[in-house]
Design a protein around this ligand. Structure first.
Ligand SMILES: [Fe+2]
Length: 345
């Protein structure tokens, strides 16, 4: 596995870049906006293709780089389903697996620092965000933080992982880079409490100043959605109602870009074709499934996904490769559900 731990010294943030092989798909966790050029350079140097950018939670101390990375690489942005960010391409929940080529991370919901805090577990390591830090735990006094929930996330979930599991947090301010579950159980002062009430007391009396960047970072991190106006201005957007009127029309084909797990959980627009976003470039290139479908049948291609981000990027890619009939369902399945559109399995 290719694995890099990168550091932003201004916010004390760790960012993780990983891939299963050179030339393969890559995932980045908790990127910082000021460091985006550095990440892109490293991605080029390691001959990787960034396909997913993930935030463990909505950060208050730095502006996320996931939006900028999406704009530069057309990668999929990912956060937990509770996030208050306006749009991310994909939302994950406890029990999901976050996958890229050759790698799979189990999704654990670990609220407490914020109500949208998630941890991501691999065979030998866990990315704990700000839930479990090295010899510390993330503060719980803003962004719907809750020390009682954090106690559960720690003692009920993270500390139950095997003791040798490596702990990679989202921050460190002392220069530590990695720990293990066993080490934290033995030496983390915040975990030396006898009850949940003692933990709540401890966390409620930390008296910390707010992060310097909080008033800038939180609003910025809530607005990471792809600007879709250009797609709309060119007439490449359909509302859910307009799409519903096209259902069953012989000259229209709906194309679902989501992953199988998302389809199973949220349902599928009846009669649609499944063409997952990671294979899009191939599919819209000459000789590809969608390119040939559009050419052979002159059918109109209507892309959709969860929230309209992947589909907006797909429309652009399809139009760029000469598929003039490509458009998308604005707002994705979320908008479709809200409009009362029918869903099958
Ligand atoms: Fe945080």
């Amino acid at each position: 596995m290719i694995f890099r731990q990168l550091f932003d010294s201004v916010s004390g943030t760790y960012t993780y870049l990983m891939a299963s092989r050179r030339g393969g798909e890559a995932l980045i966790i908790d990127p910082v906006i000021e460091k985006v050029e550095r990440y892109l350079q490293l991605i080029r140097e390691l001959d990787l293709r960034l396909v997913k950018a993930l935030d463990t939670h909505l950060h208050a101390d730095h502006v996320t780089g996931i939006g900028a990375l999406r704009d530069r690489t057309q990668c999929v942005t990912v956060m937990g389903e509770q996030t208050k960010a306006d749009v991310v391409s994909m939302r994950v929940a406890e029990g999901d697996a976050l996958t890229i080529e050759g790698l799979s991370l189990d999704v654990l919901y670990t609220p407490g620092h914020t109500d949208d805090s998630y941890s991501f577990v691999m065979a030998d390591r866990v990315f704990t965000g700000d839930t479990l830090l090295i010899r510390g735990t993330g503060r719980t006094d803003f962004q719907n933080g809750d020390p009682r929930m954090q106690y559960e996330s720690l003692f009920g979930k993270l500390l139950r992982l095997p003791e040798e599991t490596l702990v990679f947090p989202a921050h460190d301010y002392k220069g530590d880079t990695v720990s293990t579950i066993g080490e934290e159980k033995a030496f983390n002062p915040r975990l030396r409490v006898k009850s949940v009430d003692e933990y709540v007391d401890l966390m409620n009396n930390l008296k910390l100043a707010n992060p310097k960047m909080m008033d800038v970072a939180v609003p910025a991190n809530m607005k990471v959605g792809l600007a879709q106006d250009a797609i709309e201005a060119r007439g490449w957007s359909l509302t859910a109602d307009a799409t519903m009127k096209l259902l069953g029309a012989p000259d229209v084909v709906l194309i679902d870009l989501r992953e199988s797990a998302e389809r199973e959980r949220h349902g599928v627009i009846p009669g649609s074709l499944h063409a997952p976003y990671p294979k899009l470039r191939e599919n819209v290139a000459p000789g590809g499934l969608l390119y040939e479908l559009a050419r052979a049948t002159s059918k109109r291609l209507v892309f959709y996904c969860a929230y309209g981000e992947r589909s907006a990027m797909a429309v652009q890619a399809a139009q760029d490769s000469g598929i003039a009939s490509a458009c998308h369902l604005k707002g994705g399945i979320a908008a479709w559900k809200q409009a009362g559109g029918p869903l099958g399995r």
